[in-house]
Design a protein around this ligand. Sequence first.
Ligand code: AP5
Length: 219
Amino acid sequence: MTLNIILLGPPGAGKGTQAARLEDEHGMVQLSTGDMLRAAVKAGTPIGVQAKAVMDAGELVSDDIVSGLIGERLDQLGAETSVIFDGYPRTAAQADALDTILSDRGRQLDHVIELLVEEDALVDRITGRFSCGTCGAGYHDRYKLPKVADTCDQCGGHDFKRRPDDNEETVRTRMAEYRAKTAPILPIYDARGIVTRVDGMAPIDQVNDAIEAVLTPAG
Ligand code: AP5
């Protein structure tokens, strides 16, 4: 069965971490607008040039740009591919656009999983985050270190990097954007009865178990 799910939560809630697990365990594909925008910045495309300053400030990139990226990426996937929307939608206009994007492609939204977290813990999570510069595997200074120091568990690489927007000031702006523009879209999905709330403060494996229970209910 093809699934289309949204992982929703503030910066550092664990969306990317859990999306990667679902990719590994279910062959689903993570569609992260943040990753797509960072790739555009790195490649120096017109979208990347436009997005860079906005992202560095912790503000939101325009709705048209991110919805365009999502539509393009979905078109590259087979109709049977299950997808995880990570960091999209983030505004009411994006939620509307996603409905159209999905229905135009014969897809429907199955689940919205909201990761519930305490904001104070998020600054700590984000400022401690780093990733492998070769394969992108994610780590944390305290919660998820590579098994062998300075060596990526997945690809053996030794080059690690930190995101330019992962500093405390920008994180506070990103959280304010989430509260003002993203949290208000939850009632749209609540009204459809497709939201499940998961404790995002639990250890990574337990959060994964709770999401698994939503995707593959017993019985
Ligand atoms: P984006 O890349 O989407 O960033 P974000 O939403 O701020 O989310 P993060 O990637 O910071 O956090 P996450 O929830 O994925 O947490 P993670 O799993 O890494 O967006 C960046 C920017 O791009 C935006 O600010 C905006 O400018 C732009 N943008 C993107 N999409 C847009 C859109 N749709 N519209 C407009 N603009 C857009 O976890 C964080 C850390 O915590 C990791 O180190 C991890 O190991 C650790 N961790 C995770 N789970 C746990 C746990 N349960 N316990 C302990 N540690 C944990």
